[in-house]
Design a protein around this ligand. Structure first.
Ligand code: ATP
Ligand code: MG
Length: 255
């Protein structure tokens, strides 16, 4: 069975999609069989991985959750890895499923395809609603990227509260893979202060603060806009950081 990792934070723009993308590309380079599930109605991961997620297409994660298609019918084989795409239709799940058991939709729909993969990566939306609860319920672990600022760190309390709740109610085995500081600018004193504050919060929450920190680099944005494998920029510092992150998560048996 694959290791299933969800990348989550209710704050927007903290690097969830970039991190999911970088890990997927890195795992593929190691020869792993990778499935990426775009679980954000914004569809950014689908875009970066060159999946078709136009709103008129009839085979996205939304159609699988609704039971209109099997998960296998929604998988696209992109130049990078296998992807189940998402688009704005996915936001309808919140309204359309209100009944009991709605937190198991993603877990149940992915189950039949799991044995085809070594790793499943789930990108999640900047919210703590039913989509995120589904993503946690379907996962073995949750990676939490944060920006190096105090408001981002404070948001971790709520995020880990939601994870605790899922652990109690729908998925006792899910654990926090760790907190990942992204867009780090080492020269700024504030960033160093944040690193120390992160260590305190991580300790309070009982979640590991990852050794790897991802530095700020515009190359990551350029790679995503051009929809290319960011690992080709081997000399870039942030790309090296993502390689270290991959190694660290493998060492921690998260991937
Ligand atoms: N280490 C980095 N250095 C510079 N820019 C970065 C870095 N990581 C991400 N970015 C850029 O920051 C923006 C937000 O990143 P990303 O889309 O990964 O965040 P997100 O958490 O997925 O956002 P959302 O909550 O909207 O889904 C993007 O333009 C991305 O290219
Ligand atoms: Mg995103």
């Amino acid at each position: 069975m694959p290791k299933i990792l969800c990348v989550s934070n209710q704050k927007g723009g903290v690097g969830k999609t970039t991190t999911t993308n970088a890990l997927a590309m890195g795992l593929r380079r190691l020869g792993r069989r990778v499935l990426c599930v775009d679980f954000d109605p914004q569809g950014d991961l689908s875009f970066g991985l060159r999946a078709d997620n136009r709103v008129e297409m009839q085979n996205s994660i939304y159609h699988a959750l609704k039971g209109e298609l099997l998960a296998v019918q929604t998988i696209q084989h992109t130049p990078f890895c296998d992807v189940i795409p998402a688009n704005m239709l996915l936001s309808g799940i919140e309204m359309e499923f209100t009944g009991k058991g709605r937190e198991f939709l993603l877990r149940d729909c992915l189950r039949p395809v799991l044995n085809q993969y070594d790793n499943v990566l789930i990108d999640s939306p900047p919210a703590l609603g039913i989509l995120t609860v589904n993503a946690f319920t379907a996962s073995d672990s949750v990676l939490m990227p944060v920006l190096p600022d105090i408001f981002s760190l404070q948001g971790l309390v709520q995020l880990s509260g939601t994870l605790e709740e899922v652990r109690r109610k729908s998925n006792p085995k899910v654990r926090a893979a760790g907190i990942l500081i992204t867009r780090f600018v080492a020269r700024e004193r504030a960033s160093r202060v944040v690193r120390e504050a992160s260590e305190d919060i991580a300790k309070q929450l009982g979640i590991p603060l990852l050794e790897t920190t991802v530095r700020n680099s515009s190359v990551l944005t350029t790679a995503q806009i051009n929809r290319v494998d960011l690992n080709t920029f081997t000399r870039n510092k942030a790309v090296q950081d993502y390689k270290n992150l991959l190694d660290e998560l493998i060492r921690r048996e998260v991937l």
